[in-house]
Design a protein around this ligand. Structure first.
Ligand code: DX5
Ligand code: ZN
Length: 216
């Protein structure tokens, strides 16, 4: 299991020390939520902030783009230092093309699905995806409650990946806690995103260990 803490719940006035603290706590990934105020109600940050973070951190930058028509910005995010670029299926008219664009830009391609979006949408893309993100809340805010049917969705996706003989990772994002983490990993999740349930419980090394022990 990989834990990818969502910086949305971090202290934005101290990004550098937050990133350093994550590295010190043994984390390998960090989840960066990009919001445009259109696809989702909130606005967060874009490539300039990610570039500034990149200069201070060697963590794997797991960039979750909650923006309309993300094809316009793939190269900007890759140049800023995104290691993985995850676009929402709902925001792309030509999803296959955008995934190829991510690869061409030098990043790992991933697709996110809102809770109600059927898995069928990405069925044919699975072999070319590094990761699929199952949203377990409606995107836009931290601290929301996990939507229970998303657990079934993870199990179905796991089966689809097995059937496709692919090694695509499954990520889940939204309402992940120390209480439901084990069940999610058992269902097939490889990467847990956690915002409020991670940053709300310092110190980070202890919190990281708690998640690891629960999921082992
Ligand atoms: C929500 C974001 C999440 C958010 C998760 O739209 O995509 O990454 O930070 O926050 P928690 O873990 O608090 O639900
Ligand atoms: Zn996210």
């Amino acid at each position: 299991m990989i834990l990818s803490p969502s910086m949305l719940s971090s202290d934005f006035t101290n990004m550098e020390s937050e990133l350093k603290a994550l590295e010190k706590a043994g984390l390998k990934w960090v989840h960066l939520d990009v919001m445009d105020g259109m696809f989702v109600p909130s606005i967060t940050f874009g490539p300039p902030i990610i570039k500034a973070m990149r200069a201070k951190s060697n963590l794997f930058f797991d960039c979750h783009l909650m923006i309309n028509d993300p094809g316009r910005y793939i190269e900007s995010f890759a140049e800023a230092g995104a290691d993985l670029i995850c676009v929402h299926a709902e925001t792309c008219d030509h999803l296959e093309r955008v995934c190829a664009q991510i690869v061409d830009a030098g990043a790992k391609p991933a697709v996110a699905l809102n809770p109600h979006t059927p898995l069928e949408t990405i069925k044919y893309l699975i072999p070319q995806l590094y990761m699929v993100l199952i949203m377990s809340v409606n995107p836009g805010f931290g601290g929301q409650k996990f939507i229970p049917f998303c657990l079934d969705k993870v199990q179905e996706l796991k089966q689809m990946i097995t059937d496709a003989k692919a090694d695509t990772l499954i990520q889940i994002d939204g309402g992940v806690t120390a209480e439901n983490a084990r069940e999610l990993v058992d269902a097939g999740v490889d990467v847990l995103v956690s915002g409020s349930a991670f940053f709300g419980y310092p110190p980070y090394d202890e919190r990281h260990k708690t998640f690891q022990n629960i999921c082992k």
